[in-house]
Design a protein around this ligand. Structure first.
Ligand SMILES: *Cc1c(COP(=O)(O)O)cnc(C)c1O
Length: 428
């Protein structure tokens, strides 16, 4: 490959960050299953601890297998650097820890993964980080929610569970005008379908557990730094702009420039909060990413087939798949995810709660469980599982009314997925 050529997405998915192992020639990235790394000498150790040199100390902070995964995710998203951690939720914890002081606020979209709504409403509040909710379908509500305490705007590119799309560029402009970074959770889309940094995101978050790893076998999370945000001039991000006493009063933004956020997340958040990924999980996710473009296209193509089938079925009341031309977000999907509308969406059954329970009880090929982004097709009835503790009214607001089924369409043959739904719908 000549240096002048920019590799394409599929090439980056296979190669970014990886080289044959310098010690053994191993072509596949080895699993460096070790806790710690031997120093060359005392001076080398001192320079690593003082952030004067890059290198490995201890797997809580860096690991060579995980480093390849970090470079690959950064390359696919078009960021300057990335940090990989144990789960998507810990990626959010570490990212917000780097931005927030007690009393600060996050403006977040109402249409978010249920686990993220819990994290923001409960655990983050116990740190003194307050959430102000803005309506995904009303862009102006984001501008209205911003105050002088706002330190971040948080949205999902393609929202879990309903698969709706938000106008990323409009929100990015509001965040930029207010001088706060836009954080986009890109878990459901993956960079194959949407690259939020190209549309103005400053930070991208992933649950690598889902489509990135893609095989339902390993948990992981990522934080990608776009390198676009000025962390110093407002004085609102002291972890990045102020001298760090434990690192010889180094200022992280001044020292590390356009990858300072990724560094700060590692040397402050990951160091002290501790959610490191296991090297074996990094290896599994790296292997998954090699086929990301092939899998995501198949996921999206299958989901379109399944959505069309359900849309024409007389036992189905409605289908929320933004790839369908009748969906209110279809134009946004065409703009932000032109290759496909993802693989996760919701639909409503005639017959309400009992019909929902009956459907998930009668599937065979499809698995009834709480996950998305597996090679296998998955279904869940939120009202009887993830959302069962809510009142009926709260369920409806959360998009988990009694009739709602969420499906994550896998990469099996579409006619087989449809046949399984057909027999399940005929069984009650
Ligand atoms: C699953 C998920 C998360 C949380 O990720 P974990 O790896 O389960 O911690 C965050 N955001 C979205 C959109 C998700 O689907």
């Amino acid at each position: 490959m000549s240096d002048a050529r920019t590799p394409g997405f599929a090439t980056l998915s296979v190669h970014a960050g990886a080289q044959p192992d310098p010690a053994t020639g191993a072509r596949s990235t080895p699993i460096y299953q070790t806790t710690a790394f031997v120093f060359d000498d005392v001076d080398h150790a001192a320079s690593l601890f003082g952030l004067q040199a890059f290198g490995n100390i201890y797997t809580r902070i860096t690991n060579p297998t995980t480093a390849v995964l970090e470079e690959r995710v950064a390359a696919l998203e078009g960021g300057t650097a990335a940090l990989v951690v144990a789960t998507g939720h810990s990626a959010q914890l570490v990212a917000f820890h780097t931005l927030m002081q007690p009393g600060d606020e996050i403006v977040a979209a109402t249409k978010l993964y249920g686990g993220s709504i819990n994290q923001l409403n409960h655990s983050f509040k116990s740190f003194g980080w307050n959430v102000v909710w803005a309506d995904t379908d009303n862009i102006q509500s984001f501008a209205d929610a911003i105050t002088d305490k706002t330190r971040a705007v948080f949205i999902e590119s393609l929202a879990n569970p309903a698969g709706t799309v938000i106008d990323i560029e409009a929100i990015a402009k509001i965040a930029k005008d207010a001088g706060v970074p836009l954080i986009v959770d890109n878990t459901m889309a993956t960079p194959y379908l949407c690259q939020p940094i190209r549309h103005g995101a400053d930070i991208v978050i992933h649950s690598l557990t889902k489509f990135m790893g893609g095989h339902g076998n390993s948990m992981g999370g990522a934080i990608v730094d776009a390198g676009s945000f000025d962390w110093t001039s407002s004085g609102n991000y002291p972890l990045l702009s102020e001298p760090r006493p434990e690192y010889q009063n180094m200022k992280l933004h001044e020292t590390f420039g356009n990858f300072a956020f990724a560094i700060a997340c590692r040397v402050l958040g990951l160091r002290d909060l501790g959610p490191a990924i296991s090297p074996t999980n990094s290896f599994n996710i790296l292997t998954g990413i090699e086929t990301l473009p092939l899998r995501m296209q198949k996921h999206a193509d299958n989901a379109m087939e399944v959505a069309k089938y359900l849309d024409n079925h007389d036992r189905i009341e409605w289908v929320s798949y933004c790839g369908l031309p009748t969906h209110p977000n279809h134009a946004l999907q065409q703009k932000y995810l032109p290759k496909g509308a993802g693989a996760v969406f919701t639909f409503g059954l005639k017959g309400g709660y009992d019909a929902g329970v009956a459907l998930v009880s009668n599937v065979g090929l499809l698995s009834h469980l709480a996950n998305i982004g597996d090679t296998r097709s998955l279904v869940i009835h939120p009202a009887s599982t993830t959302h069962r503790q809510l009142t009926d009214e709260q369920k409806v607001t959360a998009g988990a009314g009694p009739d709602v089924i969420r499906i994550s369409v896998g990469i099996e043959d579409a006619p087989d997925i449809i046949a399984d739904l057909e027999q399940a719908l005929a069984a009650f």
